[in-house]
Design a binder for this molecule. Structure first.
Ligand SMILES: Nc1nc2c(ncn2[C@@H]2O[C@H](COP(=O)(O)OP(=O)(O)OP(=O)(O)O)[C@@H](O)[C@H]2O)c(=O)[nH]1
Ligand SMILES: [Mg+2]
Length: 244
């Protein structure tokens, strides 16, 4: 896999959407105004207008791989927990207001021993989904350490969202929704509770990220401003029926 190291951006906009290289090796200019006709990806066979890299991070066992499988395939990986080794990725193309947005989603290993591998990928990420497990207090307590890591290795304007996963496990829940909300507020992050098992808010989390990235890269002047925080608050399904 070839990867291009980019210097930390100083502007307020998102990192530029990655686009296929031209025959002469140069990268086409970032699209402004209406999107060009959809084009095929390199090797993926899927058609898209803009492409972004999204990374899933968080402690081992919080459900990163399951969240990705739920989003990509609509299935749940029940049974034996197979911890991710290193890093893996899956592509999915979403239609966002008529624009084909390709998300290349990197599923990282949460285990400490793979940390140096995943550090190398942060710099290229346009968005990060940071997960904890609502049935595992340590995974919640570690969020601050993850945020420190993100601050160190990711682009300063990376789109970041906090997700409290496994809300279907109401009996085992040890992190209250309001504690997740409080932490998110403290750091100014959009926040949702999810379940890879039932699919609660999974599509929404990725769609929200895709909408934000699309807007940052190709917003037409006439288009209304998309607000990620508001969208997540408005569209997110609460779990008030099941929380302690
Ligand atoms: N009840 C419930 N279990 C889940 C959910 N998501 C994941 N799990 C379970 O939690 C375990 C860990 O899930 P993974 O997705 O493999 O965890 P991970 O974050 O990818 O872990 P690493 O690859 O080690 O970083 C598995 O046994 C899953 O079946 C969920 O939403 N609800
Ligand atoms: Mg995994």
């Amino acid at each position: 896999m070839s990867r291009k190291k980019t210097p930390r951006s100083k502007g307020a906009s998102a990192p530029a959407a990655s686009a296929p290289l031209a025959a002469n090796g140069s990268r086409p200019a970032r699209p402004i105004g209406p999107p060009p006709p959809a084009r095929p990806s390199l090797g993926g066979g899927d058609f898209y207008d803009v492409a972004f890299k999204v990374m899933l991070v968080g402690d081992s066992g919080v459900g990163k791989t399951c969240l990705l499988v739920r989003f990509k395939d609509g299935a749940f990986l029940a049974g034996t927990f197979i911890s991710t080794v290193g890093i893996d990725f899956r592509n999915k193309v979403l239609d966002v207001d008529g624009v084909k947005v390709k998300l290349q989603i990197w599923d990282t290993a949460g285990q400490e021993r793979f940390r140096s591998v995943t550090h190398a990928y942060y710099r290229d990420a346009h968005a990060l989904l940071l997960l904890y497990d609502v049935t595992n207090k340590a995974s919640f307590d570690n969020i601050q350490a993850w945020l420190t890591e993100i601050q160190e290795y990711a682009q300063h304007n990376v789109v970041l969202m906090l997700l409290g996963n496994k809300v279907d496990s109401a009996q085992e829940r040890v992190v209250k929704r309001k504690d997740g909300e409080k932490l998110a507020k403290e750091y100014g992050l959009p926040f949702m509770e999810t379940s890879a098992k039932t699919g609660l808010n999974v599509d929404l989390a990725f769609t929200a990220i895709a909408k934000e990235l699309k807007q940052r890269s190709m917003k037409a002047p006439s288009e209304p401003h998309f607000r990620l925080h508001d969208y997540v608050k408005r569209e997110g399904q609460g779990t008030s029926c099941c929380r302690p």
